[in-house]
Each structure stands twice: as C-alpha cells, then as structure tokens.
Ligand binder design. Structure first.
Ligand SMILES: Cc1cc2nc3c(=O)[nH]c(=O)nc-3n(C[C@H](O)[C@H](O)[C@H](O)COP(=O)(O)OP(=O)(O)OC[C@H]3O[C@@H](n4cnc5c(N)ncnc54)[C@H](O)[C@@H]3O)c2cc1C
Ligand code: SF4
Length: 341
C-alpha cells in the first residue's frame, strides 16, 4: 500500500499553521504523529491535497497546571502524558488510557493526544484496503447509500475507539479550537455529531489547540479510573472501555458528591451517561451494590447505541460494559477512600 501524492507544508508556528488552514482548509489535513492519518491514506480512505505538519509547533507540546486546570497542548506526545506525574496523580483515567493505547512503539512515541481525540471513527466494513472494498457496493462513508453494520441504516454508525477521548470526557475536559483570528472552547462532551462520516462538530479550517481538565474548585479531590478491553492488549483498539470519575463530598465522610460515567467504543462518540452518573450522588464510597446497579444501567443505555462493527459480538461487548464500569467505579472509590484517610 502506497501513500497517494500530496503537498507537505511545514508551518514554523501556530499563526502560520492557521494561515495555511484558512487558505487550504477543505483540501488539507493536519499531520500530527500520522499514526491514524497516514494509515487511512495508505488504504485509500482519504486523499488530501495538502498535509499541514505540526512538527515545528513546539508551542503546542506541554503539560502544566494553571488556573485550576491541567492544560495539555494538542501536539503533546502520548509518551509525555504517560510520564507526567501531574497526570498520574490528578487525572489518573487519562494516564491509564494512554498507557493502554495499542502498539506501544508507534503510538507512544509518535502518537499525540490531539490526534488521539481526532482519529477517525472506525468500522470493520470500511477500514479495509482499496482492494477489499472494491469487491462490494460502497457504504455511506465510502460515498454510497447503504450501511453494512445496521440494516436499513440511513447514516454512518462507525465507532469512536479513542481511549483518550473516553478518559478525557469522564474527567469533564474542555477543548480549545483555533482558527485564523479566533478561538472557541467547548466541553468535549458537546463536540460530537451523530454522523460517523463527520463525527466532530468542527470546521475544516479549525485546529485543536489545547485540552483543559478541571482539577480544582468543585473537582478538588475527585478520583478517576479507566478500564478497557481489547483482543490483544499490545496492539488492538478497545472493543469496549469506560472512564469514571468520583468526587467525594467535602462535608459528609465517604459520600459521593458527583460521579461521571463515560462508556467508549460503543457508539459514534464516547457516551456520557448522565442519569447513571447522577444515580450515585449521595451514595457511600463503599456501596458496591449501587455501583453494580449503575454499571448494569450503563450497559442497558450503551446497548441502545451500539452496532456490530468493531469485532466481537454485540452481546459480549454490551455485557462487558457493565464489567468495565463496575471495575472503574470500584477503583476510583478505593482511591477516594485512601485519599481521605
Ligand atoms: C496498529 C494501531 C493501533 C492503534 N491502537 C489504538 C488504541 O488502542 N487506542 C487508540 O485510542 N488509538 C489507537 N490507534 C490510533 C492512533 O494511532 C492513536 O490514536 C494516536 O494517538 C493518533 O495520534 P497521531 O498524532 O498519530 O494522529 P494523526 O494520525 O496525526 O491525526 C489523526 C487525525 O487527527 C487530525 N489532527 C491531529 N492533530 C490535530 C490538531 N491539533 N488539530 C486538528 N486536527 C488534528 C489529523 O488531521 C487526523 O485526521 C492505533 C493505530 C494503529 C495504527
Ligand atoms: S457503519 Fe455503515 S456506513 Fe459507516 S463505515 Fe460502517 S458500513 Fe459504512
């Protein structure tokens, strides 16, 4: 498989990158680590005329605590996130998620956190070679009018399998998108569309600049955990995953003040399960019956979104949602109890 022809553009700084995006937006893609983008280009799934490289943009590579947030530049390598004591201590779900990302040598040293969030949704019927796809009718994502993953599917149901996005959503992260002369900040939970062809609510001339995770104020003392299941842990994408955050009460010992349950690899975006999360408010940190009920309810909610397109059976993946959520809840509760002493 060979890469199609493209022009390689290497801006020296963010301003130049935004200028290039303003000029070439519809005909360009940002190149960060390239571990998702170049694979798709080799498979003929994408043929951008221009690649705008972030290679020289060191200003987008940092991790720091500032103004009540952990701030992470979009071009920060996954390896830096794994090595960061700040992330290990205050955003553990993200540390665990990045550590689990498959194909260590490629992902950890080339992959970036921005590319991880913005990697394209996947589907076993679509993420195949040109040769494989040429033997059958094109599906919606390939420019056709059918979907192999869902009978009568009127749109694309390809699945978001980003470990990082699932963990970050459970941490209540916000992202900042920049374009020439302007920028905006949105909750990661509000960043997704309902169409797997264009899964992100983002314009072609926008660039992901930074990620911010709240760690002070109402989030002070919150503990998080991340669990995932893959065929082969060393290389595979998750077939189901869950990120969880528990914030203990400041006044009531051992009581949960706020919970966030997010399930990944089950839909077109990570699923923030608001009802299941709020069912844990006021529950004790050692109430495993409440955790089990919330985990089973999460499984039922996630099952309504999932389609059979990332391997394994749908029944197995749904059953494992409950297990991943339950394990993550128990782990974050134990961390919260240990921190309270
Ligand atoms: C064998 C293999 C196994 C993998 N396993 C996993 C896994 O287990 N879990 C997982 O989550 N991922 C996995 N991946 C996917 C991917 O490699 C990682 O998610 C990686 O972090 C992507 O980062 P990157 O910098 O290489 O992204 P790139 O490939 O450079 O970019 C990905 C997409 O994001 C866009 N983009 C990147 N940065 C920006 C920015 N700042 N602003 C705007 N657009 C941007 C690009 O244009 C592109 O469309 C795997 C990939 C392979 C090939
Ligand atoms: S979910 Fe359907 S339309 Fe989308 S990539 Fe898969 S087969 Fe194609």
């Amino acid at each position: 498989m060979r890469l199609p022809r493209f022009d390689y553009l290497e801006p020296a700084n963010l301003e130049e990158a935004l200028d290039l995006l303003a000029t070439h937006g519809d005909d360009a893609k940002i190149l960060a680590g390239g571990t998702d983008l170049l694979v798709r280009m080799k498979k003929g799934l994408l043929k951008p005329k221009n690649l705008i490289s972030l290679k020289a943009l060191n200003e987008l590579s940092y991790i720091k605590e500032d103004d009540g947030y952990i701030k992470i530049g979009a071009r920060t390598p996954l390896a830096d996130i794994i090595a960061s004591e700040l992330i290990q201590n205050k955003a553990r779900a993200l540390f665990q998620a990045c550590e689990e990302i498959g194909a260590i040598t490629i992902q950890h040293y080339r992959g970036t956190i921005g590319g991880n969030i913005l990697q394209d949704n996947r589907c076993q019927h679509y993420n195949q070679s040109n040769f494989h796809r040429s033997g059958r009718q094109a599906c919606h994502k390939d420019g056709g009018k059918i979907c192999y993953a869902r009978d009568e599917g009127d749109r694309c149901y390809s699945t978001c399998q980003s470990d990082g996005a699932t963990a970050l959503m459970s941490l209540g992260a916000q992202i900042t998108l920049a374009k020439k002369g302007d920028e905006r900040t949105v909750d990661l939970a509000d960043f997704y569309t309902t169409d797997g062809i264009m899964p992100f609510a983002m314009e072609s001339h926008e660039l992901l600049k930074k990620i911010a995770i709240p760690v002070h104020g109402p989030m002070q003392g919150a503990k998080s955990a991340y669990k995932r299941l893959a065929y082969r842990s060393a290389i595979d994408y998750p077939i189901v995953c869950a990120g969880v955050l528990l914030k203990p009460s400041d006044t009531q010992k051992n009581e949960i003040d706020e919970a966030r349950i997010v399930v990944g690899s089950m839909s077109r975006s990570p699923l923030f399960l608001a009802q299941e999360s709020s069912s844990l408010k006021g529950k004790k940190l050692d109430d495993t019956d409440a955790f089990k009920k919330a985990a089973d309810a999460s499984m039922n909610s996630a099952a309504t979104f999932a389609v059979h397109n990332v391997g394994s059976t749908l029944e197995y993946r749904c059953a494992m949602v409950s297990e991943m959520v339950f394990q993550a809840l128990k782990e974050s509760a134990q961390a919260a109890i240990a921190a309270k002493g």
